[in-house]
Design a protein around this ligand. Structure first.
Ligand SMILES: [Zn+2]
Length: 347
């Protein structure tokens, strides 16, 4: 899922996302609540109409942003109090209010408010924090049942498994949330600085518990390598700013590895960014031209690199689905890992 924090996937238009067959994008409850505010979005007839997007929308609960971006004033049983990173104004998010906001947005997939503990955090804190997250999840589920959708389409609500890097707490979290019967389950609190093999272990023990017939969504992950390892462990959905953020820094993902389009070696390279890619940017322009655009500070550079990286990620996921269906995933994964081991992005 491409990430459109402010109701816009940075440096790419909706029609270009549709051309790459993007069917769902992310919006951010915290950012959209602070600006433009839920009232304007409701007046517009919901988030789809406000941003002119006919595909699906998932909005995260804002929990992660409250803990990472805002000036946190306190966590209580009731909810979380914080000061806006924009103007310092004081706000409170509760599990119930966050559901109400997402009813206003009309998100196809709503997320519960959770506490995302930092890494590292001690076991006692992780256990206490997870217990609170589970109690908040129960209240979110009750609020979902008590409130009506405001627009015609259905809205699904996902729970979020936490528990830091402690197996027993992760398992407890996955079990308690499964009992609440959410429409789908997210795995949160990973890719926050822990080693990759620890992240994979946490994913594995979580997906073993979560119901197999419901979608599993790994939040905020990650590199193509991370995604393939998580798919192998039973994860279905991903979101990450990596493809779009890297693109704006001239780093692109290709079938020949990770390239930095600012590198001098591309100055007279008149081949496409990725010869194996069918996106508009690769069909129409050369590495030499894209490098020139980056060097000249042209906005088109960001647009072309973003379009390509989105295309690369969506193609990767489509190919993963095909490989799973044809029973060739392990061999396919090894071949892709071989191509992405090349990394000249730091040169
Ligand atoms: Zn491309």
């Amino acid at each position: 899922m491409p990430v459109g924090t402010q109701g816009s996937v940075k440096a790419i238009e909706h029609r270009e996302l549709l051309a790459e067959d993007a069917r769902i994008i992310l919006g951010n409850t915290y950012h959209l609540y602070l600006r433009p505010g839920t009232e304007i979005i409701q007046k517009a007839g919901g988030l789809h109409r406000f941003i002119g997007w006919n595909g699906h929308l998932l909005t995260d609960s804002g929990g992660y942003q409250v803990f990472s971006l805002s000036d946190l004033r306190g966590i209580s049983e009731e909810g979380v109090q914080f000061r806006s990173h924009l103007d310092g104004s004081l706000h409170q998010f509760t599990p119930e209010r966050v559901i109400d906001f997402q009813r206003t947005y009309g998100s196809d997939i709503m997320m519960v408010l959770d506490e995302c503990p930092p890494y590292p955090c001690d076991e006692e804190y992780a256990a206490k924090s997870n217990a609170l997250t589970v109690r908040w999840a129960r209240r979110s589920k009750e609020q979902e049942a008590k409130t009506e959708r405001l627009y015609e389409h259905e809205q699904a609500l996902f729970g979020i498994v936490q528990g830091s890097v402690y197996p027993a707490i992760r398992e407890e979290s996955a079990r308690m949330l499964s009992a609440l019967e959410f429409a789908g389950y997210a795995i949160g609190g990973l890719s926050v600085g822990e080693p990759a093999d620890l992240m994979y272990r946490m994913i594995e023990l979580t997906t073993e518990i979560l119901p197999t017939e419901k979608p599993r969504y790994l939040m905020g992950v990650g590199t193509p390598e991370n995604i393939l390892e998580a798919v192998e462990r039973g994860v279905d959905m991903f979101d990450c700013v990596l493809p779009t953020r890297n693109a704006r820094n001239a780093v692109i993902f290709t079938s020949q590895g990770r390239l930095n389009m600012r590198n001098a070696k591309h100055a007279t390279d008149f081949s496409p960014m990725d010869p194996a890619c069918h996106c508009y940017a690769c069909r129409s322009f050369t590495r030499a031209y894209v490098r020139h655009l980056f060097k000249a500070g042209e906005i088109l550079a960001l647009q072309l690199a973003t379009m390509h990286n989105i295309s690369y990620y969506l193609t990767l996921m489509r190919s993963a689905r095909e490989a799973i269906l044809s029973g060739t995933f392990p061999a396919w994964k090894q071949s892709v890992l071989g191509t992405i081991a090349v990394d000249e992005s730091a040169e």
